[in-house]
Design a binder for this molecule. Structure first.
Ligand SMILES: [Zn+2]
Length: 168
């Protein structure tokens, strides 16, 4: 996925924020944590370019293993259950939840190692053929990009409506 991780994280964070009403979590902080989690798995690109030298696909790193994010969600949930002040655990939950969402969105048009680290077999909902250079043009011209546009459009619509509501 090229451009929709951040807006997808925004959508999920806005839609789940009302669930935090009793906790008095600041809205901006909650949205920032959610959006950071939505893009956090791709921080492994730094390792990919600076250390690995592009030798292995970055989706084969533990940072792109769904189990990593499920464990983080579980840890955040346990932290939430055991804390008297649930504001920080709630932020951890939205961060990790959106990290897992990143796995689902990457799976649409990229390889995700769903069974890793036990089985290193990549799975992808659709295959993006390598026809164009640079590589990202292949994703841009693939039908899966329509989903990305829909996510971005939805995020913009929600943002516009939220701004309109705040002005009233
Ligand atoms: Zn990714």
């Amino acid at each position: 996925m090229l451009i929709a991780h951040l807006p997808a994280g925004y959508i999920v964070s806005v839609l789940t924020y009302p669930m935090t009403a009793r906790l008095q979590v600041e809205c901006k902080t909650y949205l920032r944590c959610g959006m950071l989690g939505a893009v956090a798995p791709d921080f492994d690109m730094i390792y990919f370019y600076l250390v690995d030298g592009g030798m292995h696909p970055h989706h084969s790193y533990f940072s792109h293993f769904p189990l990593t994010w499920l464990l983080l969600v579980a840890a955040a949930a346990v932290y939430y259950r055991r804390s008297a002040d649930r504001r920080l655990p709630m932020l951890a939950l939205v961060f990790a939840g959106n990290g897992f969402l990143h796995m689902l969105l990457d799976y649409v048009a990229s390889n995700i190692y769903w069974l890793a680290p036990f089985v290193l077999q990549p799975f992808s909902l659709t295959i993006v053929e390598r026809v164009y250079q640079p590589w990202w043009l292949n994703f841009l011209f693939h039908r899966a990009f329509a989903l990305e546009i829909a996510i971005v459009a939805t995020a913009l619509l929600i943002r516009q409506r939220r701004c309109a509501l705040l002005k009233k």
